[in-house]
Design a protein. Structure first.
Length: 367
């Protein structure tokens, strides 16, 4: 929808990126490292100071001690980390459990590895995991289950009870976990992030992926990382070495310095993005769109069934062309049939952007 938004002059709330800059201090640090000559290849596994900072963050937030040298790998964004993890462990004939709706990079990575995606729909309307259906989908060929919390596109978040259910399920399986936690610092209304790293049994068989692009409002820098036990990390790096080899040095060095100087940044993100969610939801409340405030991420779902009976893809195109606001139809995240009256908005925007979008969306009352 971003291309259509540009063609139509629509306000782009479709693709998930902020329209504001990274922290000024972070930008200054990156520039300083560029000017000081840190412009050549970084070590394959990541800039050592950044790997140390990631290990420190894991210890502080999740109570887990990991080796910066043997369990942390810096990647070109979260998507590269997801791809490398799948390629590291999935072989021809293996099955991978996907919870639908799902981020669109998961299944292609599985297919490129020769695996087969086994899709399990999340419950509607709360997008919670139906663990009985997940258990029924497991087989002797299940090699991996991909978990995403906070969840894109719904904003749903896992709970401790979900981690209990996953732990019990895996005790009877050889399957590993690929946990996409790129929105780990965007949970609202007092919720806490249920990371795989908080449970010893889960951490021992998980690839945990996160993203500085999301955390630091710098999606175009493509800096992410993967935390995994040494044996899994060794396999992961065999792929990473030939997919990317090294990630931009000045960005890594700048991030290492920023994490040391500004450790509170990630801790402030829940309140920062909750304020944006609340602001956008107040604007939506003046429209005929129906919604439940998102529990996490910087996305908000809205039900347009009171406005139109079009399928969601057609409605999203109409919304972009005729109303001037771009959103993503939720059905594109799923192969299985699901309710088709939902679109996803990104609220990681300046208030002026959200105000302009809200003004246009109010026209839906006239439709």
């Amino acid at each position: 929808m971003s291309r259509l938004a540009a063609e139509c002059g629509a306000i782009n709330l479709s693709q998930g990126f902020p329209d504001f800059d990274p922290p000024a201090r972070l930008v200054d640090l990156v520039v300083e490292h560029m000017r000081e000559g840190r412009n050549q290849y970084a070590p394959m596994a990541g800039w050592p100071a950044l790997c140390d900072a990631i290990a420190g963050k894991v210890r502080t937030l999740y109570g887990r001690t990991v080796s910066a040298a043997d369990e942390v790998t810096v990647t070109s964004g979260g998507t590269e980390a997801l791809f490398c993890a799948v390629q590291a462990v999935v072989r021809a004939g293996d099955e991978v459990i996907l919870l639908e709706p799902a981020y669109d990079s998961y299944e292609p990575a599985v297919e490129l590895a020769g695996g087969r995606a086994v899709r399990v729909p999340l419950r509607h309307p709360d997008f919670a995991v139906d663990w009985d259906r997940v258990k029924a989908a497991f087989s002797a060929r299940t090699r991996l289950i991909i978990i995403n919390s906070p969840h894109n596109p719904s904003g749903a978040v896992l709970t401790d009870a979900d981690l209990d259910a996953l732990t019990d399920l895996l005790r009877c399986s050889r399957a590993l976990v690929l946990s996409d936690e790129v929105y780990e610092h965007m949970l609202f209304d007092g919720r806490t992030h249920a990371s795989m790293l908080t449970r010893a049994e889960l951490a021992a068989r998980s690839f945990v992926v996160s993203s500085f692009g999301k955390t630091c409002h710098a999606t175009g820098w493509k800096i992410g990382y993967c935390v995994a036990p040494p044996a899994l990390t060794a396999e992961f790096r065999k792929v990473h070495q030939f997919v990317q080899f090294a990630v931009a040095t000045p960005m890594q060095a700048g991030l290492a310095g920023f994490l040391a100087e500004c450790p509170q940044h990630s801790l402030e993100l829940p309140a920062f993005y909750q304020a944006k969610r609340d602001y956008f939801c107040r604007l939506l409340s003046d429209t005929p769109l129906d919604f439940t405030p998102s529990a996490g991420t910087y996305f908000q779902l809205a039900d347009f069934s009171a406005v139109s009976d079009l399928p969601d893809v057609e409605f999203a195109r109409w919304l972009t062309r005729e109303v001037g606001v771009a959103a993503i139809p939720v059905s594109v995240f799923s192969v299985n049939a699901m309710p088709s009256s939902l679109v996803r908005f990104c609220f990681a925007k300046h208030e002026t952007t959200l105000d302009a979008a809200g003004e246009r969306l109010r026209r839906l009352s006239e439709s």
